[in-house]
Unconditional design. Structure first.
Lengths: 109, 114
């Protein structure tokens, strides 16, 4: 099973700060997902990437396949970014996503 | 709007009850998933259906019984549950299963077993 570790577990930032959330995984993958979960439970897919870097608005996701590591960056953070961010690794075989425990982000005004 | 709906949103049931969770996707996808999210734990995959066929059962106890009558609908039938089954149950769909396809999640059903 692919072990997926996220850091930090909890993060508090002031509005406007640059935020980085890290994810590492233990075995080769076909893709890595970043998900956002707001209070109440709904999950939104932010990125799916297998190499390089993707950008959407103030969010940037990067992945280094050789180092088995991915980062999610939020520029100019805003209180509405407060949520749990979850990293999930899609294995090379099988149907499953292996999920990290999530990073709980609180952005204060 | 994610295109994946779940009902009910909240459910309280006794250990001897039988209930069902429903998921519907309006995205034209061929794969559907059930996940369990317990407090302070990562999401756990329960079941995968690909083109209406069950392709994954992640060692789920038989008190959880999935049903996929067509590619748009997925049910999770519950009976004689235990208090530790209280969790958020999430449904998701993707174009198909077996590859790195983006998954679209429903809002979840918050289940409490008393």
């Amino acid at each position: 099973k692919n072990e997926v570790e996220q850091s930090p577990q909890n993060l508090t930032a002031q509005e406007g700060e640059f935020i980085t959330i890290n994810c590492s995984y233990s075995v080769g993958i076909s893709a890595l997902h970043w998900l956002q979960q707001h209070p109440g439970g709904g999950i939104v897919s932010l990125f799916m990437l297998s190499s390089g870097k993707k950008k959407h608005g103030r969010l940037i996701a990067t992945i280094n396949i050789q180092e088995k590591h991915s980062s999610l960056h939020i520029t100019a953070s805003h209180p509405r970014d407060s949520a749990v961010y979850i990293c999930a690794a899609h294995s090379n075989s099988g149907y499953a996503l292996n999920f990290g425990k999530g990073t709980s982000l609180l952005v204060t005004p | 709007e994610t295109g994946v709906t779940q009902t009910p949103r909240h459910l309280v049931m006794g250990m001897t009850n039988k209930k069902s969770l429903k998921c519907e996707q309006h995205l034209g996808h061929n794969a559907m998933y059930w996940y369990k999210q317990s407090a302070k734990k990562p999401l756990e995959l329960m079941f995968v259906y690909n083109f209406k066929e069950q392709t994954e059962n992640n060692s789920v106890p038989s008190r959880f019984s999935p049903e996929c009558p067509n590619s748009s609908h997925l049910f999770l039938h519950l009976h004689t549950l235990q208090p530790e089954d209280s969790a958020l149950y999430l449904c998701a769909s993707s174009t198909q299963a077996g590859g790195p396809y983006e998954q679209y999640f429903g809002p979840g059903t918050r289940l409490t077993v008393t």
